[in-house]
Write a protein that binds this ligand. Structure first.
Ligand code: URA
Length: 434
């Protein structure tokens, strides 16, 4: 097989065969195909789009490029929840312990921050001592003992996706429906779970800005999951404004703990309960979404979810004392308050700008090897639809670099729109695709 002919065929509108795609994926991963030819093919995918069969073939080829985690020794239906990435999304730390407390084993492989959205593994590292790269054998063992574990993606799982994603990131070919769906699902399918609940974010703070695109991505991923024999459901959820009030690393983990204590913001609590309901349904622990929701609410109310979170922290090397003593988390030396210049209603709060500001404050990275300031971030005090009196604090930016904090504060101020009319708030769960 010849890479030149494959590029030419796709460039001219032809359909690649599964064999041709498998050849590209495996030869690029092993280093036989140079970056420039792989980049050229990715660009033909970007401009011409991938046909359904090509998307499936990319998924299977990337899944098969590495190790498949075997969770069959663990009893029950293992469920994974995956978010396509949003600003302030800390739901994993809430739904995984809630679902685990309800008897559904959760096997979660997560990533680091992508673009302006934070990554679960970065957030988890703000818990002192927490180990985030478990050997597969320990990952499996912890799920067996504790019903949940979260680890970073090892280099052995879907290595083709890792290499192709890095090239897409450098060649402006990330935001393509077929490439995103095959990338996400190749990793999910390799990570060993039996069922997936996908949270496809939609809005200015997400990859997919329109509901139509988010639904199309959700549909595609659900179809791939089903074709692979896995129960898969996707929720399309709003990402016009950040989820909850904290955006960063440490402060997001604290907000997740507060939610498990029953003191969470309405949106984060609602989304977590809804995702958990679908996880319990997918895991066979509930016979309807309503029954799953009732069980999730009970686990939140009783504190069973919080106890499971404590076990999770302890089992991965962290100090469970952080649940009661937030002073054990990394602290920020500098902070800057943004105050309302007049009395008005918050008519908009752009998630994307808050995400970028959080990265500017030090909470995210521009390049893959950038260091993260775990204490940096933005604590919102007001969100869309709330009223602020003149001089009231709208948000606090914090971090350990004074210059970065001040710069980020300017962007945070611009992220707020103020007016006299109460805006209509978009529905949090915009569609369910199953
Ligand atoms: N997340 C992934 O894992 N892959 C993509 O292509 C985009 C987001």
């Amino acid at each position: 097989m010849n890479m030149y002919n494959i590029i030419q065929k796709k460039r001219d509108g032809g359909a690649l065969t599964e064999e041709e795609i498998r050849y590209f994926v495996s030869a690029y991963t092993s280093g036989e195909i140079p970056d420039y030819q792989a980049a050229a093919l990715l660009m033909t995918f970007f401009f011409n789009g991938l046909l359904e069969d090509e998307i499936y073939a990319m998924t299977w080829a990337m899944r098969d490029s590495g190790e498949q985690v075997d969770l069959s020794s663990i009893e029950g239906t293992k469920v994974d929840k995956h978010s396509t990435g949003g600003v302030g999304d800390k739901t994993t730390f809430i739904v995984a312990p809630l679902a685990a407390a309800c008897g559904t084993p959760v096997a979660k492989m997560s990533g680091r921050g992508l673009g302006f959205t934070g990554g679960t593994i970065d957030k988890m590292e703000s818990i002192p001592g927490m180990r985030t790269s478990l050997e597969i054998s320990e990952f499996v063992d912890l799920i067996r003992r504790n019903s949940m574990a979260i680890t970073g993606q090892t280099g052995h799982v879907a290595p083709a996706d890792k290499k192709i994603y890095a090239l897409r990131d450098a060649t402006a070919t990330v935001d393509n429906l077929g490439l995103i769906a095959s990338s996400v699902m190749s990793k999910k399918l390799s990570s060993g779970s039996d069922a997936f609940v996908l949270d496809v974010k939609c809005g200015n703070g997400a990859f997919m800005e329109t509901a139509a695109d988010a639904k199309a991505l959700g549909r595609l991923m659900v179809d791939i999951g089903r074709a692979a024999g896995k129960k898969t459901v996707a929720l399309v959820t709003d990402m016009e404004q950040p989820l909850g009030y904290a955006v960063g690393n440490t402060i997001e983990v604290i907000e997740a703990i507060e939610t498990l204590k029953g003191r969470g913001a309405e949106d984060i609590t609602e989304l977590s309960l809804e995702l958990c309901a679908y996880m319990l349904l997918a895991g066979g622990k509930a016979s309807s979404r309503e029954e799953g929701r009732a069980a999730a609410e009970a686990a939140l109310r009783s504190g069973a979810g919080l106890e499971k979170f404590r076990d999770f922290v302890r089992s991965q090397g962290g100090d469970p004392g952080i649940v009661d003593d937030y002073s054990m988390f990394p602290a920020a030396m500098f902070s800057e308050e943004i105050k309302a210049e007049r009395s008005a209603c918050i008519t908009g709060l752009t998630a994307r700008e808050i995400g970028i500001a959080s990265r500017e404050a030090g909470a995210g990275r521009l390049a893959k090897d950038d260091e993260i300031d775990l204490a940096a971030g933005i604590m919102l005090k007001k969100k869309t639809g709330e009223w602020a009196n003149k001089g009231e604090t709208l948000a606090v930016v914090c971090g350990n670099n004074e210059y970065k904090v001040k710069n980020a504060a300017v962007r945070v101020r611009d992220a707020f729109s103020m007016g006299n009319k109460t805006p209509s708030i978009r529905k949090l769960v915009r569609a369910v695709i199953d």
